[in-house]
Design a protein around this ligand. Structure first.
Ligand SMILES: [Cu+2]
Length: 290
């Protein structure tokens, strides 16, 4: 653990803007990295999961898309945080990174089966969404700071007060969509282990739940979106946000319903070249548009 942290700390600044969640913040109190958040076994643990031009062998169609590669092997050594329903939490990135890719932030939860603890749960049950944030300011650049998560080091969210007591996984996720027009959406995600107390009796209906893998499909519009043709509405992935009760709730209102400028601009290829995220991008002969 210590060694991999040191190695990551040494490497991250050399790699543009890649990151991983490793710290749970409970009512403003920051906990120790990986105290409550499962680590992963990827050779470079900050690398995103992708369908195309994968960084290692991880794709969103694999079982480990739940909490990241090999993360279940860290479950026994990861503590389970006791959290009051209704609390304000955050999932923070490791080694001082910030989310310098355009794209949404999402938080899901999944309840460990009765009689099973969070640190025994692989996340193979249903997941429901408790938070999402997309485009916050349509006056800004959809390639960068128009997104709510831009340059932030954390995703903040509230545990629904109506959630029943029990042990859960919390899966925070940031999706970089700068390459999504070319099928290269980048998924950054990790799971925290929590025990909810003081909760309620609501639970999301089945139309508000998905499973990982399967809940995200390679051809979903959310993962084939282009930021290169100007401002337009972003279609959020996954089910609606559940905030309480027994119905699927309405979203947090961060996605906007305004202009939907269809992209037919020129010069987007040059602009895209400036973005140095993908080593392969430079070698691509042609810019494939969705
Ligand atoms: Cu990237």
């Amino acid at each position: 653990m210590k060694l991999s942290l040191l190695v990551s700390a040494a490497i991250v600044p050399l790699v543009s803007a890649h990151y991983f969640f490793d710290t749970l913040i409970i009512d403003g109190v920051e906990t120790t990295p990986n105290q409550y958040v499962r680590s992963n076994t990827r050779p470079a643990k900050y690398n995103p999961t992708k369908w195309k031009n994968t960084r290692d062998d991880m794709t969103p169609d694999m079982l480990d898309f739940r909490c990241n590669k090999g993360s279940f092997t860290f479950a026994p050594q990861t503590e389970t945080a006791e959290v009051q329903a209704g609390s304000k939490l955050a999932m923070k990135l490791g080694v001082g990174a910030t989310m310098q890719h355009p794209g949404p932030g999402l938080v899901y939860m999944s309840k460990a089966p009765e009689g099973s603890a969070a640190n025994q749960y692989e996340g193979d049950g249903d997941w429901f969404k408790i938070h999402e944030e997309g485009i916050c300011d349509t006056e800004k650049d959809i390639k960068t700071d128009a997104w709510c998560t831009w340059d932030k080091d954390r995703i903040e969210f509230t545990v629904p007060a109506d959630l029943p007591d029990g042990e859960y996984l919390i899966r925070s996720e940031h999706i970089g969509v700068h390459g999504a027009h070319d099928g290269q959406a980048e998924f950054y995600y990790a799971c925290a282990q929590v025990k909810i107390t003081g909760g309620g009796t609501g639970f999301p209906s089945t139309d508000a739940t998905i499973q990982f893998p399967g809940g995200y499909k390679q051809d979903d519009p959310s993962f084939n979106f282009s930021v290169w043709g100007g401002m337009k509405e972003y279609p959020m992935p996954g089910p609606p946000v559940w905030t309480g009760g027994t119905e699927s709730g309405s979203g947090s209102g961060s996605a906007f319903n305004g202009t939907s400028a269809d992209s037919s601009s020129t010069g987007e290829t040059q602009e895209e070249e400036k973005h140095t995220c993908s080593r392969r991008r430079r070698r691509r002969a042609r810019h494939v548009r969705q």
